[in-house]
Ligand binder design. Structure first.
Ligand code: SF4
Length: 415
């Protein structure tokens, strides 16, 4: 019997094997081998079955990356030193901020506050003035507070242990690991956004990089991969790779020193990683602001030290009740509520948009003339009547800087 049915029955087991192999090969080529099982770094790293990065070749990976870093690293002011204070300040400034923006701020800050003692002894307003425009002012307030604690309790000495350093205000896991590894050679992996992106591509980690729940996976991956003999250089090498080569968009894979170890590059999937939660749409608020003029001076108020833009100076104002009042009416109402003055709106000075991390604002800025009343504060913690010349002495939020030069010209009569 040699018909077609007989043939297919006879070879059925072989066909089954071929079908299963084909499914397996297809999954392997899509990288499924990395993401099977429970979500831990062990799973991502130790279940790899391919020619790319696995625990067996961590050693050549580290050596290759360090060699590249030592030959190609950018000359940055905080890399010329092992002074933990300078390294700490640089790492705090670099959070959420680009290197090119930080460099002039770093030089200026170091000139004004060259030591922990100098920073501790400075007035918070001077520290905020030096930080003006960098944003995320809680970083400056915490740095100042931490310096005061160190000056008082430890003679200005920065703790050389992760646990002690971590107790200081504003010192989170990343800052502690970065400073301790770079300044003191402590074997701690510093895992920031750049490093997470590199890890996600190297190991095909599909956990969401901007989800707090994934933090453990990236931290563990960092600990496994860390070169414990050279933790400071290794951490900086990972960050430098993320900044220069493994960029968020269009990573330079053909030039990548560790391309041969990379799971994503091997599969042509580098654009798929890292995975992120979609951005939520942020609300937009409309704000009315009044610059109150009186006898050649204008009124500024100081925000409470805790909270958004804490300790900075601004002009009185607040949210417009949309549909219930005009921007000019809101300006009059807010000035009355906030500083208890009667004023009249003269003219609109500017309309300015500004974006914060979680919301956006549109500011309607009015020039107002003082009519009557004594300043009584509700919300702000201090106030001053200042001249246009004195405006540069006070730290203002970045959003206000978008109309300050215009205001200055107007007050000086140039416009
Ligand atoms: S090969 Fe490409 S994706 Fe992989 S680490 Fe290098 S730059 Fe990043």
């Amino acid at each position: 019997m040699c018909n077609e049915n007989y043939f297919w029955e006879k070879f059925a087991p072989i066909r089954r094997i071929c079908r299963n192999w084909s499914k397996f090969a297809s999954r392997l080529s899509q990288g499924d081998d990395f993401a099977i099982g429970s979500r831990s770094a062990d799973n991502y790293i130790y279940t790899m079955k391919t020619e790319t990065l696995s625990s067996e070749n961590f050693r050549p990976f580290r050596a290759t990356l360090l060699r590249w870093y030592r030959r190609n690293r950018r000359k940055l002011p905080w890399r010329e030193t092992r002074d933990p204070y300078r390294i700490w300040v640089s790492e705090v400034m670099l959070q959420q901020t680009q290197v090119s923006t930080v460099i002039p701020y770093f030089h200026d800050f170091m000139e004004r506050f060259p030591t922990i003692e100098a920073l501790a002894g400075a007035d918070l307003q001077a520290v905020l003035k030096s930080w003006e425009g960098l944003g995320y002012y809680a970083r400056a307030r915490n740095l100042h507070k931490a310096a005061q604690e160190l000056a008082k309790g430890r003679g200005g000495e920065i703790p050389a242990t992760y646990a002690e350093f971590r107790k200081l205000p504003g010192v989170g896991e990343y800052i502690a690991a970065a400073v301790q590894s770079i300044a003191f050679g402590q074997p701690r992996a510093a895992v920031d956004g750049n490093v997470k992106r590199v890890q996600a591509r190297l190991f095909l980690i599909d956990a969401l990089v901007n989800d707090a729940a994934s933090g453990k996976i990236f931290r563990e991956a960092g600990d496994r991969l860390l070169d414990r003999g050279h933790p400071g250089d290794f951490n900086q090498a990972m960050m430098e790779l993320g900044a220069l080569i493994c960029r968020p968009q269009n990573p330079l894979c053909p030039q990548c020193p560790v391309g041969k170890f990379c799971g994503a590059f091997a599969r042509g999937r580098q654009e798929e990683f890292p995975r992120r939660k979609p951005k939520e749409t942020v609300p937009e608020y409309h704000i009315a602001i009044g610059v109150v003029r009186k006898e050649g001076r204008v009124l500024i108020t100081k925000r409470a030290e805790k909270g958004l833009l804490g300790g900075l100076w601004e002009f009185p104002g607040g949210k417009i009740r949309q549909g219930a009042e005009t921007a000019a009416d809101a300006c009059l109402r807010e000035i009355k509520e906030e500083v208890n003055l009667e004023v009249k709106v003269d003219a609109q000075l500017a309309r300015v948009k500004h974006a914060y991390t979680h919301f956006k604002i549109v500011m309607e800025v009015f020039l107002c003339d003082y009519l009557s009343g004594e300043v009584a504060l509700s919300g702000p913690v201090d106030f001053r009547w200042i001249t246009a010349e004195e405006m540069g002495d006070y730290p203002f939020p970045k959003g206000n800087h978008k109309f300050l030069s215009h205001l200055n010209k107007s007050l000086r009569g140039d416009e």
